[in-house]
Design a protein around this ligand. Structure first.
Ligand code: PEP
Ligand code: MN
Length: 326
């Protein structure tokens, strides 16, 4: 933001007032006479309205750069998805299930173990984004039906991914929360199609996306009709391969505390190893996450995808005890 001063203003006194309000003065602007004519405030300054700053004695006007994502900015910290509050003052939500929906029997068994233990959403891919075309690609529509039946039988909601535009209508029909995977965060045709479904969307961050690009992808969804957007941090690319990706908890805190948006953390895909999933789930909530998405499997050694990062269903029971079952 830029704070412009009246010609007779006491620049030092105004600067003091700005600092007292948590504003970081990045630089001063000089008029033709060499006097201080204004201040440029850093983006990470405390979130205060321009009107409040304009009321400081000696301030002539306050101008803010136009945001590129006004709908996201206006969204608020809490959204409701099929009766479950996510973000804001709501207790942390747990979304859990296998990487892929492998069979009806298996997803029913896993859902039974997750029910009534603080888990609100059953996850599982019917359409899988796999690096290799030879890897298991998901069971498609059949898997959506198995997932929905397993969730309904156990009082859970469904979150699952639409991999391409043609999947959107079916995924919207069978899910409560439509997931856009990290590899598709900037697939703008898919974002438009997902938005047109008019449903809540879980938008995973692409592994090389800036926070601004992520917010803009959310704006695409809202512009095209999504009822709400929940962001999901799932790790970004780094130089270090000791974990699968680098969980960016700084971005989580930024979204939660500065932008005041609902953000879920997926420590399973971020780390790729089950021994780090629970510590990072707790760290995520401490950083401001509205909840976590965690992969589980009843026989990880036989999982068709992502076995090494899968926990046992019992491991996520009562993860956030005060969060309670929703
Ligand atoms: C998933 O959640 O199933 C998935 C593929 O995750 P990501 O898009 O974050 O890789
Ligand atoms: Mn997975």
């Amino acid at each position: 933001m830029i704070v412009s001063l009246k010609p007779d203003a006491d620049a030092g006194a105004v600067k003091q007032q700005l600092v007292a309000r948590g504003q970081w003065v990045r630089s001063s602007l000089k008029g033709p006479d060499g006097r201080t004519s204004g201040f440029v405030l850093a983006a990470h300054s405390a979130g205060i309205s321009a009107a409040e700053l304009a009321s400081i004695e000696g301030v002539a006007s306050v101008s803010a750069p136009q945001s590129e994502h006004p709908r996201i900015d206006a969204m608020g910290p809490e959204v409701l998805v099929s009766g479950v509050s996510i973000g804001g003052a709501a207790p942390p939500v747990v979304m859990s299930g296998p990487c892929a929906v492998e069979s009806e029997e298996r997803i029913q068994g896993i859902a039974r173990q997750l029910a009534g233990a603080g888990v609100s959403f059953l996850r599982g891919g019917a359409y899988k984004p796999r690096s290799s075309p030879y890897s298991f690609q998901g069971h498609g529509e059949e898997a959506l039906k198995w997932l929905r039946r397993a969730a309904d039988a156990n009082g859970l909601r469904v979150v699952t991914e639409a991999l391409g535009e043609p999947d959107v209508p079916l995924v919207a029909e069978y899910s409560d929360l439509l997931q856009i995977g990290s590899r598709n965060m900037q697939n703008f045709a898919l974002l438009k199609a997902a938005g047109r479904a008019g449903r809540p969307v879980l938008l995973k961050r692409a592994m090389s996306a800036t926070v601004e690009e992520w917010l803009l992808a959310g704006e695409y969804l809202l512009v095209h009709g999504a009822s709400s957007v929940i962001f999901c941090e799932r790790g970004i690319r780094s130089f270090d391969d000791s974990t699968r990706h680098l969980l960016d908890l700084g971005a989580v805190a930024l979204l939660a505390h500065v932008y005041k948006l609902p953000v879920i953390v997926d420590p399973s895909h971020a780390t790729g190893r089950r021994d780090l999933v629970l510590p990072l789930a707790h760290a995520a909530v401490a950083a401001g996450a509205a909840g976590v998405m965690i992969e589980v499997h009843d026989a990880p050694e036989h999982a068709l995808s992502d076995g090494p990062q899968a926990l046992a269903p019992a491991d996520v029971r009562d993860l956030f005890p005060r969060g309670g079952a929703q």
